[in-house]
Design a protein around this ligand. Structure first.
Ligand SMILES: [Zn+2]
Length: 71
């Protein structure tokens, strides 16, 4: 029945929301609170991230948390 499918979808959505919350907590615990420091190549020397794309994972994690960009 349609009600069963709707209830199934709600249950899956709740499970996914809970998983996202757990992953966000984990990412927050992994993230270095110290800011990134970019060299003239745009590489983050603070976290030894030697590429520009994707950006330093600590920066992306702070963006995920809504912490904004580094100066
Ligand atoms: Zn960084």
């Amino acid at each position: 029945m349609a009600d069963d499918r709707l209830e199934q979808a709600r249950s899956i959505a709740v499970e996914l929301e809970n998983e996202v919350a757990r992953l966000r907590d984990l990412v927050a615990d992994f993230t270095d609170p110290d800011p990134c420091h970019y060299d003239h190549h745009g590489y983050c020397q603070a976290h030894f991230w030697l590429q520009t794309e994707p950006a330093c994972p600590h920066r992306r994690a702070r963006e995920l948390e809504g912490g904004g960009l580094d100066a």
